[in-house]
Write a new protein. Sequence first.
Length: 154
Amino acid sequence: MTPAINTAQKAKIAFTVHEYDHDPSCASYGLEAAEKLGIDPSRVFKTLVADLGGELVVAVIPVEAMLGLKHLAKAAGAKKAAMADKTLVERTTGYVLGGVSPLGQKKRLRTFIDASAQSLPTMHVSAGRRGLEIELAPADLARLTGAQFAELRQ
């Protein structure tokens, strides 16, 4: 059980947990999840944390995409965005990189979900550790995280 799964359970939303054997030598955790679970990569999203000059925010984007930092900054109403420091990400979210979930973070951060998720019946995000994914409706993820949908891909 992870804080992400606990958050989904407490909210009484429909979700499914998927587990797979994580290979530590894998270069892309998200693409590994899609491959091992037999899911179209467009339905698997990675959770990235960016720094807007002192404020950390979460961007949830398809695993095959690159985060457009200018797009994220615009969506957040900031001048610029940069990827957050790894140690700060882990300390703030309570998760290790490769297992950061948008759900159940130690400190709730403003969250933005790529607009492409809105057309999906369900999406997969990390459930809080490498090798563990949670599948849920994009609208439920947005509601539970207070997220806004925005065009975030480069």
